[in-house]
Design a binder for this molecule. Structure first.
Ligand code: ADP
Ligand code: ZN
Length: 706
């Protein structure tokens, strides 16, 4: 292999992927692969593993075969490569014989650079699996080959023969999770024991970590979402029922959410997942089954409605946020009820001790009073010196106070209740509650009854949890979760030891005045809908629909943000944006720059409503083309103004732009395609004879009629 200079690498990175510099260890990894050395890459989700083998593929003579476990993932990656103008395809058992033959021809004629295939289909590729055709093999999700990893797949076992049949070809194994033992196992299984290893930090700096007590969860979630309109997010719940209930509560608030769990049919799940990927639905309330094999880069936040059962799971789930590197949020709700429930689950499973220990670590993380990222990373064996500055503890360090008297009240209540009551009743007693739990057992006569009236129920809960964490009392999980004293309790009750407690962080419900203020402020500040980002997002959505690909494959959120800030006006300026390569400039540049221009012009004109201006000219009798020329906009833009006016019920007649027969054909297609919204399926269904423009007009008219 001829030596390739850094300049050449950077050039290809820009032209084909739109990026200006390498991240982390990408460059050395790529050089290693180009030197035909076997390579193991451990990099966190969103770290940028794909480019490590996709970029070398462009330099190799033959193809790079990419082994990937899920068809959905393959399709996504192939779409993404194609959007960047890189010839790639996939091979799988669901393709017709013709399609499969086309793949073979493409390999023989060297018209593709990358071929994606599932491990089980590999034996069917025998006739091309030789060194004349294949220059590199990349194995994605490589931990699946190891029984020690967390997601072993038997079909990955077949990969061990690769090195034997292709001894000269570099094997590249990539994964986001593999501890030391799993790493060795992967290399052994693949017969590449001497592969060069590249292990990156696990840290995902852009994900802000936050834990809140689980009071009024639904309200808190609604508020959280309302602050972030039109952002994509996932809420993980423990049960199917919870996903459905939450989704329906969010819908009632006008929030665009859907439920996802294993109880839905395969088709329902596939549809929901696709809607999410394509930005058709913003929020998914899901059990943990959701998210595997989703590459969507613009998931902005992940909420855990319930506490996960271990840190591995938690980290994997929050890792689905912010793959594009932009600031993202991970919010976990911590409740004691969840801990108790998880313990019950664990009690009925195998290796109970290990699981209990893992749950305990999860609980410690949730209750931490030091930097949470330090705790997370140390769990994975990585130590950081500095506090992260991007977790709730760092941003809002806990305030300690002398809580000795509070502790004495709680512990003596536990003592007087003869260590036979759970936390709820203990709190009821100190607060002097007048309910059945108290009166049935005559607890109102106890000496500690009502000694802590001045402290709210939730604050008591917060303090008692801290006492448990510091070992001053404990929950007897095997005895209906009653609170018991420990050896340490004495020190407080009798030996005058002092206790430090933290003040609870308040998440107040919004008062009526505050709500009014917020709304009127929203009115004064320009609505989000008017922001350039929002308009670029809508344009991206429309293009993605037409091409029938996921919106983030057109441009990532990070690229839209940069477009919003830089507002490029020329091809060169547009190309300078991170995420814009040669093909994307050619295909999308014009439309995006036009949108930016329109936005700037409108701003100058004091935000005169652009559609109304079109409407005025239309009423004066000008044709679409004439209006386009007058307004220096594309005909397509004028048309979209007219559609909008039409749907709003303004006096615009779209019928004159389409003949009755075409409309009928589209109406028919709409039935067959079950009200599909993407334009491409119509275009194909109608034999590619009716233009996208006409299809769009037809669908607008049909929508109004309905
Ligand atoms: P992984 O497979 O490791 O989870 P991806 O390969 O999907 O991550 O990359 C995550 C995101 O980061 C993608 O949107 C990708 O385009 C982007 N990315 C990768 N490398 C770079 C780079 N050098 N500069 C900017 N963005 C990058
Ligand atoms: Zn921190």
């Amino acid at each position: 292999m001829v030596e390739i200079s850094e300049k050449e690498l950077l050039e290809k990175l820009k032209v084909n992927f739109g990026y200006d510099s390498f991240r982390l260890k990408q460059k050395t990894i790529i050089e290693n692969i180009l030197a035909k050395k076997d390579t193991l890459v451990i990099m966190p989700t969103g770290g940028g593993k794909s480019i490590c083998f996709q970029l070398p593929a462009l330099f190799f003579q033959g193809i790079t075969i990419v082994i990937s476990p899920l068809i959905a993932l393959m399709k996504d990656q192939v779409d993404s490569l194609k959007a960047n103008g890189i010839p790639a395809t996939y091979y799988n058992s669901s393709q017709s014989q013709q399609e499969q033959q086309a793949v073979f021809n493409a390999v023989a004629n060297k018209t593709i650079k990358l071929l994606y295939v599932a491990p089980e289909s590999l034996p069917l590729l025998q006739n091309i699996l030789n060194q004349n055709y294949v220059s590199c093999v990349a194995i994605d999700e490589a931990h699946c080959i190891s029984a020690w990893g967390h997601d072993f797949r038997p079909s990955y076992k077949q990969l061990s023969f690769l090195k034997k049949s292709l001894p000269e070809v570099p094997i590249v194994a990539l994964t986001a999770t593999a501890d030391k033992a799993t790493q060795e196992d992967i290399l052994g299984q693949l017969s590449v024991p001497h592969a060069t290893k590249f292990v990156s930090s696990f840290n995902r700096e852009n994900i802000a970590l936050e834990v809140r007590p689980a009071n009024d969860r639904v309200q808190q979630i609604i508020k959280f979402i309302q602050k972030r309109p039109s952002e994509s997010g996932i809420v993980y719940c423990l049960s199917r029922k919870a996903t459905e209930q939450l989704a329906s509560k969010l819908q009632q608030k006008g929030i665009d959410a859907k439920a996802y769990h294993a109880g839905l049919t395969f088709d329902e799940r596939a549809k929901t997942q696709e809607d999410f990927i394509k930005d058709e639905v913003a929020i998914i309330c899901a059990t943990i089954a959701f998210g595997m094999g989703i590459d969507k880069s613009n998931v902005r936040w992940v909420i855990h409605y319930n506490m996960p059962k271990n840190i591995e799971g938690y980290y994997q789930e929050i890792g689905r946020a912010g793959r594009d590197g932009l600031p993202s949020q991970a919010l976990l709700f911590h409740s004691y009820a969840d801990v108790i429930q998880l313990r019950q689950f664990i009690a009925n499973t195998g290796n109970k001790e290990v699981q209990e220990a893992k749950l305990e670590r999860m609980k410690q993380f949730s209750e931490a009073t030091v930097c949470r990222r330090k705790i997370l990373l140390s769990y994975f064996g990585e130590l950081i010196e500095e506090n992260c500055g991007n977790c709730d503890v760092c941003k809002n360090p806990p305030k300690f106070f002398d809580g000795t008297i509070i502790a004495q009240k709680a512990l003596s209540a536990i003592y007087r209740l003869q260590q036979k009551e759970a936390m709820g009743t203990v709190i009821d007693v100190v607060r002097g509650a007048k309910n059945a739990a108290v009166y049935d057992k005559n607890y109102q006569t106890l000496k500690t009854y009502g000694v802590g009236r001045d402290i709210s129920w939730q604050h008591w809960q917060h303090y008692i949890v801290q006492l448990i964490n510091q070992g001053y009392c404990q929950i007897a999980f095997h005895l209906n979760n009653v609170l018991q004293l420990t050896d340490f309790s004495k020190k407080i009750l009798f030996d005058g030891e002092k206790v430090q407690l933290t003040t609870p962080v308040e998440f107040k419900k919004e008062t009526k005045t505050a709500a009014r203020e917020r709304k009127s402020k929203a009115k004064r500040t320009p609505a989000l809908q008017d922001s350039l980002f929002e308009r670029l997002r809508k344009l991206r959505y429309r293009i993605a629909q037409e091409e029938d690909i996921a919106a983030y494959l057109v441009f990532s959120d990070a690229t839209l943000r940069q477009l919003e800030i830089e507002r490029p006006q020329t091809d060169d300026e547009f190309l300078a944006i991170s995420g814009v390569g040669q093909r994307k400039l050619e295909v999308y540049g014009g439309e995006f720059m036009e949108e930016i221009n329109t936005f700037i012009k409108e701003k100058k004109k004091g935000k005169k409503d652009t559609t109304l201006e079109t409407f005025k000219l239309y009423k004066e009798g000008f044709s679409i083309e004439e209006i386009a020329v007058k307004r220096k906009l594309k005909a397509q833009t004028i048309f979209s103004h007219l559609s909008k006016l039409y749907l709003e019920g303004k006096d615009v007649s779209l019928d004159e732009f389409i003949d009755a027969n075409t409309l009928k054909l589209i109406g028919n297609a709409k039935k067959v395609l079950k009200n599909e919204t993407a334009l491409k399926p119509y275009f194909e269904f109608l034999g590619e004879k009716i233009s996208y423009e006409q299809i769009r007009i037809g669908l607008t008219i049909l929508q109004k009629k309905r």
